[in-house]
Design a protein around this ligand. Structure first.
Ligand code: UDP
Ligand code: MG
Length: 305
């Protein structure tokens, strides 16, 4: 019998866990042709999430968990989970039931047909604000233009990965991760299944503006060096422009060019801006190298059951 593991990163999900486990139990009871396992990764919850998981574990031996030493963020929590999955396939999903477990049989069906990476794509963003919707659109438009690895829109972490993909993901040890991009990067045979995203069943989404900005910057800088090139082009452009002013400024006999004061001011402020921008971008990449260069483990585990 093939073994399928359901990987669920959890941070402060005490309100949804009972319902989630109930829904997953229904799934497990109805598809008996697989050997199931539920793997929770407790990502530094401050509520009773861990106690709940432990109590489920006592009753149901197909439930396993990893307790991280603190909150490492969802990307790292998923990495920790993937490291410990022993199954033939893993289904990664959120705890909040925005990823309906009822879709899983459909994912399995495509896996049986030979696909290695079956992603569930949401048709609509049910509870996302207009701002979240627009910023997500803009981000994907930018990322798909500057990155050589195509990254699909509206496809999140809700997906089934075959063993080959799990092994591939485990080989990627980047501590700074943009997992959605990594799925594209690893390749393999991919399939997309559509579903309607329901509202978060309880509690609040943990990805506020700051987290989403982090993820967006992560997504761009870990997949492309295009921003570095942009600063290079800008630098060249303004250098040429400044020499233009220097050599030909007076020959045009334009009044505002003759009055050098505003121009000087403009040049100083503008060049200062460009330099800051460039330094900022450089810092972004340097910071990344700094993190990756340190042989620090991406996460630490308190307990593994
Ligand atoms: N999550 C996590 N660590 C964090 C933040 C979130 O493991 O630091 C988990 C969370 O418990 C949930 C999933 O990641 O299972 C998605 O989180 P959420 O629903 O808050 O994100 P959103 O749906 O708003 O993107
Ligand atoms: Mg959610």
């Amino acid at each position: 019998m093939k073994k399928v593991s359901i990987l669920i990163p959890c941070r402060n999900e005490e309100q949804v866990l009972p319902l989630l486990v109930e829904r997953l139990d229904l799934l497990i009871e109805s598809s008996t042709n697989y050997q199931w396992e539920i793997l929770f990764v407790n990502d530094g919850s401050t509520d009773s999430t861990l106690n709940l998981i432990k109590s489920y574990r006592e009753k149901k031996n197909y439930i396993r968990y990893i307790d991280l030493s603190r909150n490492f963020g969802k990307e790292i929590a998923m990495m920790a989970g993937l490291d410990f999955v022993e199954a033939d396939a893993v289904v990664i999903m959120d705890a909040d039931l925005q990823h309906p477990p009822e879709i899983i049989p459909e994912l399995l069906q495509f896996w049986e047909e030979g696909y290695d990476d079956v992603a569930a794509q949401r048709k609509s963003l049910a509870d996302a604000t207009l701002f979240k919707n627009i910023s997500s659109k803009v981000f994907h438009a930018i990322l798909s233009r500057v990155s050589k690895t195509p990254i699909q829109e509206h496809v999140g972490d809700f997906r089934l990965l075959d063993r080959v993909c799990i092994d591939a993901m485990c080989q990627i040890r980047d501590a700074q991760r943009y997992t959605k991009g990594l799925y594209s990067w690893i390749g393999f045979k991919k399939k997309i299944v559509m579903y309607d995203e329901p509202l978060r069943s309880h509690g609040k989404g943990k990805f506020g503006f700051n987290q989403l900005m982090d993820l967006a910057i992560e997504g761009i800088t870990s997949f492309t060096i295009a921003p570095l090139r942009l600063s290079l082009f800008l630098g060249v452009f303004f250098l040429v422009l400044s020499f233009g002013f220097l050599f030909f400024g007076n020959s045009f006999n334009i009044e505002w060019l003759a009055q050098t004061q505003p121009i000087v001011l403009f040049a100083i402020v503008f060049m200062g801006g460009i330099q800051l921008l460039t330094i900022g971008i450089l810092g972004e990449y340097l910071g990344r190298m700094f993190y990756e260069a340190k042989p620090r483990p991406p996460y630490l585990i308190r307990e593994k059951v």
